[in-house]
Design a protein around this ligand. Structure first.
Ligand SMILES: Cc1ncc(COP(=O)(O)O)c(C=O)c1O
Length: 385
């Protein structure tokens, strides 16, 4: 086996982490100079920035006017858990998981909340048949499985006249994929994924039916203050206007506003989606051209356009985990790809973030390096000791 020469071009930005993800291409710290640092987030200036973050989110994502959008603590996890702890238990639940984060939500519901739930799972690389679910139960699922690179292709299986709520962890899908708002009652995401924002703040989007559940149902368990969205049986509307439950980072808010401006400038959601599609396309073409690597997603219709997960398919590789680690380490050492090892609970391989803040030219530049790293490690496997 011949090892190709080291490619001449390196990606200008080697950051392909699946979260926190690469900052917007135009990012510069000086651009956050307008952050109202050292001021109260409840002062007019703070409140207006928080409201701008909510309004900008609605504009870019096309969230219906009658849906509430809140900025909540503890990133995407906080948003998902606050929804589950506040809304589940009113009816039976269906928990759907095909990778690590979805599995985490199953644990929450089955082991912690101890709710009567139907659990549907699929192996890494596969997906649960969304048409097989009972939507008169509350269905909790992850739109894009960040650790398996498998996503729901569309919302067609979800009936508009469902009786249950759909609670969707869309953290690695929002701003990258079309989300059918009429099919989704609760949608969560954080700023640190497709928008390249900062972690720790979660976004919680509620349909009118989700609000109705909050106002008509009181869970049997106590709720900590950071989960409480109602007072005296009424929604605390302020949360959805920028009056956050506790103190946010105004620096992180400013950074998110900058990312929203960038998204607007490049053409909004269609442009963001197109960037992700083109980025993931670079990798799928590379996989099609090489018989030693493949997408972990078995059905191309479910292949993620953000968290692209890859497996080495060369039968000569006996220890897949060690091989993938060595390839990732080599690429990191060359400064061409940072943080691309598969998630710790996922099958051995690589995961290359293709979200909207990643430049296609950087993925174009990375592919020859991947070829080089694979061949270098592969040759080392057969080299005499
Ligand atoms: C699908 C999914 N859910 C939840 C999380 C947790 O997100 P956070 O750390 O922002 O709470 C992640 C993070 O990668 C994720 O990919």
């Amino acid at each position: 086996m011949t090892i190709p020469a080291q490619p001449a071009t390196r990606p200008a930005n080697p950051r392909f982490s699946s979260g926190p993800c690469a900052k917007i291409p135009t990012f510069a710290l000086e651009k956050l100079a307008d952050a109202p640092l050292g001021r109260s987030h409840r002062a007019a200036v703070g409140k207006s920035k928080l409201k701008a973050a909510i309004d900008g989110t609605r504009d870019i994502l096309g969230i219906p006017a009658d849906y509430r959008i809140g900025i909540v603590p503890a990133s995407d996890t906080g948003a998902v858990e606050m929804a589950m702890w506040s809304m589940l238990g009113a009816r039976k639940a269906t928990m759907v998981a095909w990778e690590s984060f979805g599995a985490g939500w199953v644990t929450d519901v089955v082991k912690q909340l101890k709710i009567d739930a139907d659990v549907k799972t699929a192996e890494y690389g596969q997906i649960v048949d969304m048409a097989s679910l009972d939507y008169d139960t509350d269905v909790v699922f992850t739109w894009n499985g960040t650790t398996s690179g498998v996503r729901v292709p569309n919302g067609d299986a979800i009936p508009t006249d469902r009786k249950g709520l759909t609670i969707c962890d869309a953290t690695s899908a929002a701003f990258a994929m079309d989300l059918p708002w009429d099919k989704l009652d609760v949608v969560t995401f954080s700023w640190q994924k497709v928008m390249g924002g900062e972690a720790a703040h979660g976004m919680l989007v509620l349909s009118p039916r989700a609000v109705e559940r909050l106002e008509s149902y009181t869970p049997a368990w106590p709720l900590p203050k950071i989960f409480r969205m109602t007072k005296g049986g009424k929604l605390i509307e302020g949360i959805f206007k920028g009056e956050t439950i506790n103190t946010p980072s105004m620096l992180a808010v400013e950074d998110y506003l900058l990312a929203l401006d960038w998204a607007q400038d490049i053409g909004g959601l269609p442009a963001l989606i197109a960037r992700c599609d083109a980025n993931a396309g670079v990798i799928s073409q590379f996989c099609a051209a090489n018989d030693w690597i493949a997408n972990l997603a078995e059905d191309p219709a479910t292949a993620s356009t953000t968290s692209v997960c890859l497996k080495f398919t060369d039968p000569a590789i006996a220890d897949g985990a060690a091989f993938a680690k060595a390839v990732a380490k080599r690429l990191e050492a060359e400064g061409v790809a940072l943080d691309i090892g598969a998630y710790r609970d996922a099958p051995a391989g690589l995961r290359i973030w293709c979200g909207a803040t990643v430049e296609k030219s950087d993925l174009d530049a990375l592919m020859p390096w991947l070829d080089w790293a694979y061949h270098t490690e592969r040759a080392a496997l057969t080299a005499p000791a």
